[in-house]
Design a protein around this ligand. Structure first.
Ligand SMILES: *[C@@H]1O[C@H](CO)[C@@H](O)[C@H](O)[C@H]1NC(C)=O
Ligand SMILES: *[C@@H]1O[C@H](CO)[C@@H](O)[C@H](O)[C@H]1NC(C)=O
Length: 307
């Protein structure tokens, strides 16, 4: 029994979930809304939960602590020159000691871009030394560790090459992670390049989408990309960037998986293995009395959303 069955959002969802299937590769890129905390529960109220999730931080989202079939993937988001000790490693170790089912971790969110656009803005030498302190030792505990989540731009390729040089053999990711914002053809070509460069590594896409396009094109992107990712053996995990309401989306309203009232959009429902809801995402919400900051992807040192 899930207590969420009492919530209106969950009730409206129940009527839309059909027998359509989902994919075990599918994960939730969890963006908590402090304004609408019950939105968290929408993602675990379908027939099949996403099999994994991450929230840009090292500890599970409170709403999912007891959701056993959705595996938490901790992330070391960034680093600072002032970092000392191994707080990330220690946290993962103690979660494991307390029985947590952690098999993977993610590292460094968009280190090749600035804080202003959501990146962790790291020099490759700092990222190498923090990786060696915090991430590499996790492998001895049986954890599989993901390479830094660089952007899909040329700066991402350069950053990764320079990082590996800075590591001098001391950083050994078990899998690669990819972010992609752009059209379907571009994503396929980018992924082709990643899998060609790292043929022996599994690839995760931890953020992707086709931002700021019309609804039909955005849905077509979801349809084509989810189908391709499901059938591409090298790609083992993917999480679409869209688990938020359309009125606060920084990737355009049509890419969001919730409309301005918190109901699943077609893409949101398809993501969960349901059928179209016909809820059309809008840019603004009539019920808000003040404008919310649109800064969306920036996470501070404490791993908290600004809004
Ligand atoms: C996307 O797929 C759904 C079925 O899952 C279909 O109903 C819809 O027409 C498709 N949309 C586009 C634009 O391809
Ligand atoms: C990726 O795909 C290539 C070509 O199909 C294959 O040879 C390779 O084993 C795959 N790698 C992984 C990790 O699945």
């Amino acid at each position: 029994m899930r207590r969420i069955l009492l919530l209106p959002a969950a009730l409206s969802l129940l009527t839309t979930i059909s027998t359509q299937s989902t994919s075990p590769k599918r994960g939730l890129c969890h963006v908590h809304s402090s304004l609408h905390p019950s939105d968290d529960l929408i993602w675990i109220s379908g027939r099949n939960n996403p099999t994994w999730y991450y929230n840009y931080g090292k500890e599970p989202s409170p709403a999912y602590v007891s959701t056993k079939d959705m595996q938490f993937v901790p992330m070391l988001w960034g680093a600072s020159d002032k970092d000392t000790g191994t707080p990330f490693y220690n946290s993962i170790k103690s979660q494991l000691d307390n029985g947590a089912n952690i098999k993977y971790v993610l590292s460094f969110n968009e280190p090749d871009t600035t804080h202003a656009v959501g990146g962790s803005d790291l020099t490759t030498s700092l990222a190498a030394s923090r990786w060696k302190a915090e991430i590499e030792p996790l492998r001895a505990l049986g954890i599989k560790v993901g390479a830094p989540g660089v952007t899909g731009a040329e700066s991402g390729w350069n950053w990764l090459d320079n990082w590996l040089k800075s590591c001098d053999g001391g950083c050994n990711p078990d899998f690669m992670t990819v972010h992609w914002y752009g059209n379907f053809e571009g994503m396929m070509s980018h992924l082709g390049r990643v899998t060609a460069k790292w043929p022996d590594k599994e690839v995760w896409i931890t953020e992707f989408g086709y931002p700021k396009h019309d609804l039909r094109m955005t849905q077509e992107f979801w349809n084509m990309s989810s189908r391709s990712l499901d059938s591409w053996p090298n790609i083992t995990h993917y999480s679409y960037f869209g688990a938020f309401r359309s009125d606060v989306s920084n990737v355009g309203p049509n890419a969001a998986m919730l409309d301005q009232n918190g109901a699943l959009t077609d893409i949101g429902s398809w993501f969960l293995g349901g059928s179209a809801t016909n809820f059309v995402p809008k840019k603004s919400s009539g019920s808000l009395t003040r404008q919310l900051p649109r800064i969306f992807k920036y996470i501070g040192q404490l791993g908290r959303w600004l809004w």
